[in-house]
Design a protein around this ligand. Structure first.
Ligand SMILES: [Zn+2]
Ligand SMILES: [Zn+2]
Length: 351
């Protein structure tokens, strides 16, 4: 099968032929129609991620690597035990596949599997004409959703959804802050509203993003560059300290701000990969019984739930640019992401 693979860390992607696997059990071969290009593809291509302060953390992929984990496609072929039949129906592919045997996998939290075999990291991903999926259960019917937007639900969508869910349920008076209202953060605001949460505080450095957040359901907005003491100003705005925060930026400054806002028993969910560090008082964390929880992508049940919500509500679509699948467009998209030139999502299309 034709793939666009990166031969080694730091190199551009090029067209290659990978052997088409013989399908057994409930395995599925998906013919790909749409694959979103994610920032983490650009990090994995480089082989490391910057974690702030000039430090990096290695990211390992199996080279030659086929990236791309926001995949929509049709069923091209199935194993003998599959209930699916090849055809034109489109599916979203859940990419965060685990070993299937460990405790995390048994609890349907395959995204937390220590021996994960995620598409685009351990297994070949979606910058290809076809992708091998180890079980039909990872395919979720796309229905009437736009295929390029539906593809983005598998990473940016479920990342946002899983993060806000870690703060729910919350009471009507509980304030939840969404820090960083770019595309993924805006979806977080929309999910909170859709899931019935009442008090949503959007924090960003751009008024334009905050205006959009308000339209998506934010009840309070705050530009953190508007004062020298944003923590005090925010507490004045919302009437005290807050129940929880989801930090879609997650650098030293935003994490410190979020922690300074939390009430007793409050929780910070850390999602963004901007990198940085912050100091916190260990005794206050105990005395205030607060929680800091990391959040990485999402589980299969979460993606299924999210797709259901997307089918039945008006979630904001990230701005999407569609381009034809090919090595040149893929490399240009990865470069744009790495250099911070990308707005919205680029989705490679192979119709
Ligand atoms: Zn991603
Ligand atoms: Zn596992």
């Amino acid at each position: 099968m034709k793939v666009y693979a990166v031969p080694e860390a730091g190199a551009p992607a090029e067209a290659m032929d990978f052997p088409t696997p013989e399908l057994t059990g409930k395995e599925v071969l998906v013919r790909i129609t749409n694959t979103g290009v994610c920032h983490s593809d650009a990090h994995t291509q480089e082989g490391f991620i910057s974690i702030g302060g000039g430090k990096t953390m290695p990211l390992t992929a199996k080279f030659p690597a086929v990236f791309g984990h926001e995949i929509v496609g049709t069923v091209a072929a199935v194993g003998p035990d599959s209930s699916l039949t090849p055809g034109d129906e489109k599916f979203i592919v859940f990419p965060w596949i685990g070993c299937g045997e460990c405790q995390a996998c048994q609890e349907n939290a395959e995204n937390l599997c220590p021996r994960g075999r995620a598409l685009s990291i351990a297994l070949p991903g979606g910058f290809a004409e076809e992708v091998w999926v180890p079980d039909e259960k990872y395919l979720i019917p796309l229905g009437d959703l736009d295929a390029s937007w539906g593809a983005t639900l598998a990473c940016s969508g479920v990342t946002s959804f899983s993060a806000v869910n870690k703060l729910l349920p919350a009471g009507d008076e509980d304030v939840i802050a969404v820090i960083g209202t770019g595309g993924v953060g805006l979806m977080g605001v929309a999910f909170l509203k859709e899931l019935g949460h009442k008090k949503i505080l959007a924090i960003d450095v751009a008024d334009e993003n905050l205006e959009t957040a308000k339209k998506m359901g934010a009840t309070h907005t705050f530009n953190s560059t508007s004062t020298d003491n944003p923590s005090k100003a925010i507490q004045e705005l919302v009437g005290g300290r807050i129940f929880g925060a989801v930090d879609f930026v997650n650098n030293g400054a935003t994490a410190s701000l979020a922690l300074s806002l939390l009430q007793k028993g409050g929780k910070l969910v850390s999602v963004g990969l901007f990198g940085g560090s912050h100091e916190y008082g260990t005794a206050p964390l105990a005395l205030q019984a607060q929680t800091i929880q990391g959040s990485f992508v999402g589980s299969l049940p979460e993606l299924q739930q999210l797709v259901e919500i997307a089918k039945t509500s008006d979630l904001p679509a990230l701005p999407i640019t569609e381009q034809e699948l090919g090595a040149d467009n893929l490399n240009a998209a990865l470069d744009a992401l790495r250099e911070g030139r990308s707005r919205g999502r680029i989705v490679l299309v192979n119709d």
